[in-house]
Design a protein around this ligand. Structure first.
Ligand SMILES: Nc1ncnc2c1ncn2[C@@H]1O[C@H](COP(=O)(O)OP(=O)(O)OP(=O)(O)O)[C@@H](O)[C@H]1O
Length: 296
């Protein structure tokens, strides 16, 4: 079943096309990460899907409904974590979660949600006293308390410390295991790689690439770089047969190859080369002097 279907979506602000003929399907149960540079059109797209903005052209179906016609029943089936959250400084996390939970037919328990987002110790303190990362965790808690079928997460882990990010990733994986469809936007490539079944890269409102993190932009077929240290110098070569090269090196060294490393382009490398033509600030990395190409 398709959870989200986007066809020919266009959104224009003045003379700027923020979303430009976008087509995309997201399957039920999928964790999908939408990637793209600042201003790519991610938030505009997601907010059209959430029913907060209206499209200028194209069609959008979210859980089988056009968000423009959405009613209360539809809204109860989705959870939303926006990029910025609102005040409510005088309430406590427990109070806001409890009152939000009451709006849903089958909410999660408030204590369960507090534990999931690691806010048990802050449950009864005023929100005004929470750190930025703790507020963000509360936003995530508010997004999941209604037990949504479809969860939208717009840059959910901005401001999280590394431990909180890992905990959040575990939470998202467990929601996905329960069958929740998740659409997230993120600037953290490791987050997309860790969480997403598929990623879509957009720039200037257009889809540049759509694949699993492992295959994005033909990554899986990219050549590997074999590096080692020899005569006090770091050396490397790029090859499509790294195992063979490592064998040759091992024979030449008669055993251990000093500081041997084999690497392939990271998701971030692939992402940066995909968006490079669409961003002005991007500076390409220059290859190391000792890198040479080995014929396959
Ligand atoms: N309400 C608005 N009025 C005018 N222009 C807007 C509005 N919202 C977004 N834009 C413009 O539309 C383009 C896409 O913005 P959007 O917020 O969707 O990008 P994004 O991919 O979410 O960026 P970021 O990663 O910075 O959050 C940008 O050029 C932005 O300046």
């Amino acid at each position: 079943m398709t959870a989200i279907s986007i066809r020919g979506l266009v959104k224009t602000y003045g003379d700027k096309r923020a979303v430009d003929e976008l087509d995309l399907d997201i399957e039920a149960g999928e964790v999908f990460a939408l990637l793209g540079p600042n201003g790519a059109g991610k938030t505009t797209t997601v907010e059209i899907l959430e029913g907060f903005r209206t499209a200028d052209a194209g069609t959008v179906q979210v859980l089988g409904t056009d968000p423009r016609d959405a009613d209360r029943a539809w809204r109860n089936r989705i959870g939303i974590v926006l990029q910025t959250s609102s005040g409510l400084d005088l309430l406590t996390p427990r109070e806001i979660l409890s009152s939000t939970a009451r709006a849903y037919a089958t909410p999660r328990g408030v204590d369960e949600v507090l534990a999931s987002v690691g806010l048990q110790e802050k449950a009864d303190e005023r929100i005004a006293g929470l750190s930025g990362g703790q507020r963000r965790r509360l936003d995530v808690g508010l997004g999941i308390v209604g037990r949504p079928e479809l969860l939208f997460l717009d840059e959910p882990t901005t401001g999280f410390d590394p431990k909180a990010r890992r905990d959040f990733w575990d939470l998202i994986r467990s929601l996905a295991d329960e069958g929740t469809t998740i659409l997230l936007t993120t600037h953290y490539l490791d987050e997309a790689e860790h969480l997403a079944d598929r990623v879509g890269v957009i720039a200037a409102g257009r889809l540049l690439a759509l694949d699993t993190p492992a295959n994005l932009g033909g990554r899986a077929d990219d050549e590997a770089t074999v590096s080692w240290t020899e005569d006090g110098q770091r050396r490397s070569l790029v090859t499509s047969t790294p195992t063979l090269e490592v064998q040759r090196l091992a024979e030449r060294f008669g055993g251990e190859v000093p500081e041997l490393a084999v690497s392939r382009p990271s998701l971030e490398d692939t992402y940066l080369s995909l968006i490079a033509p669409h961003v002005t600030e991007h500076v390409a990395d220059s290859p190391a002097d000792t890198t040479r190409k080995v014929p396959a």
